[in-house]
Design a protein around this ligand. Structure first.
Ligand code: F3S
Length: 397
């Protein structure tokens, strides 16, 4: 790879041990993927924050980078942690786990990371502009950044994202290159899409179509989509198809640059219905855990929860997962008071997938196709997949 003199200095170690290690990681990655040079990034988002995923080896790696003088050069935020650092006792988290999770966050903070822990960084101040180059990790956020915002990022692993944070660089390959952003398959959608969970089901259908080829999809037939629908779609498409980029005609910013590819697949109402059915593995009577916020809830969604819960009492454990900064808005405008009075629990800066809750429940209700996937694969829960309002009602039964 061709490196600038500053990048060569980083690699030689004259800017500290951690920067050297970070540049070594990036050069190795660039060589594997045939990158010709490094490019500057403006923002980083790091996954691998929950101690449940990191373990002692991961924490050790982070400590070595912090001890080696690692310091971020660009805005860097984190993916959800394994617990809410304020409310972990109410969420049933073990004190030993809490202590280790706290150490992880402190280590990131020592390196100058902004320790907001969310999969929706674009809702909480880490909001890149069109064509900016990033190094983000969380799959749903990567898909959102590339597709909805028109920014440019590969899906980084935790170590490579940290390496970009400490150097301000990423190797130029993959979705950083305009030619790799070209769609290769047209998806014609005729199914009715009324709510964000329909977009989650659609992401499953399209994801399963493109999972093997990893083709960038050019999607036609969708008239409108809210931010909440798009975040649901991105999470699901990334989960079921491993997709980091799609174009949606009339909705995403780069779609107008391309003509629809010739290879064409239809998504009908029957396809959508089949996806809905496959995500409903259990009956509503079996639900013992309810969770909303995968990806993390927007303030508008929290407002809706508060309207539906006002003056009522939940009968099941009900997690509201969101970024702490979004919750702080909810605190100020009174939604938190209403939601907590109803007995629901905020799980800020964490989520039902990264928290260590395997074995505590048997059946989870959610409106998120992504949460269904991981509830089943990671936590061995059975799933009930319903519209947002219905999920809240299930918590009340
Ligand atoms: Fe976010 Fe956790 Fe879902 S990280 S996208 S809420 S699995």
């Amino acid at each position: 790879m061709k490196l600038t003199s500053e990048e060569r200095e980083m690699l030689a170690g004259s800017q500290g041990r951690a920067t050297q290690k970070a540049m070594q990681i990036l050069v190795a990655l660039g060589e594997i993927y045939g990158a010709e040079r490094m490019i500057p990034v403006t923002s980083v988002q790091i996954a691998g924050v929950s101690y449940d995923n990191l373990g002692e080896a991961g924490l050790q790696f982070l400590s070595e980078m912090a001890d080696g003088g690692g310091n971020t050069r660009v805005l860097t935020t984190l993916n959800p942690a394994g617990m809410d650092i304020e409310n972990w006792r109410n969420l049933g988290i073990d004190p030993d786990f809490a202590e280790k999770q706290q150490r992880v966050l402190e280590t990131y903070a020592r390196m100058g990371v902004t320790t907001t822990c969310t999969c929706t960084p674009y809702l909480t101040g880490n909001l890149p502009s069109y064509a900016e180059h990033l190094a983000w990790s969380e799959s749903s956020a990567v898909c959102y950044a590339n597709s909805v915002l028109g920014a440019r990022t590969n899906r980084e692993g935790g170590p490579s994202a940290l390496a970009s944070a400490l150097t301000g660089r990423t190797p130029e390959y993959g979705f950083h290159l305009p030619k790799k952003r070209k769609p290769a398959i047209t998806i014609q959608v005729s199914a009715r899409l009324e709510a964000s969970h329909d977009f989650g089901a659609l992401g499953k259908v399209i994801g399963e179509q493109i999972a093997a080829s990893k083709a960038v999809a050019y999607i036609q037939g969708i008239q409108s989509a809210t931010l909440e629908m798009l975040k649901s779609f991105c999470a699901s498409l990334a989960t079921y198809g491993g997709a980091a980029l799609f174009h949606m005609q009339g909705i995403t910013p780069e779609a107008a640059r391309f003509t629809p590819p010739e290879g064409r697949v239809s998504v009908t109402q029957a396809d959508l219905q089949a996806a809905h059915q496959s995500l409903n593995e259990a009956t509503t009577a079996e639900v013992d855990f309810v969770s909303l916020g995968c990806p993390h809830l927007s303030i508008q969604e929290i407002a809706r929860v508060s309207t539906l819960l006002e003056g009522r009492q939940v009968k099941k454990e009900f997690w509201i997962t969101t970024a702490r900064t979004t919750k702080q808005i909810a605190d100020r405008v009174g939604y938190t008071r209403i939601i907590e009075a109803a007995g629901a629990i905020f799980a800020a800066d964490t989520c039902c997938v990264v928290a260590p809750i395997q074995g505590r429940f048997t059946t989870m209700a959610t409106d998120s196709a992504k949460a269904c996937y991981y509830a089943s694969a990671k936590n061995k829960f059975r799933t009930v997949f319903q519209p947002f309002d219905e999920v809240v009602r299930l918590a009340l039964k």
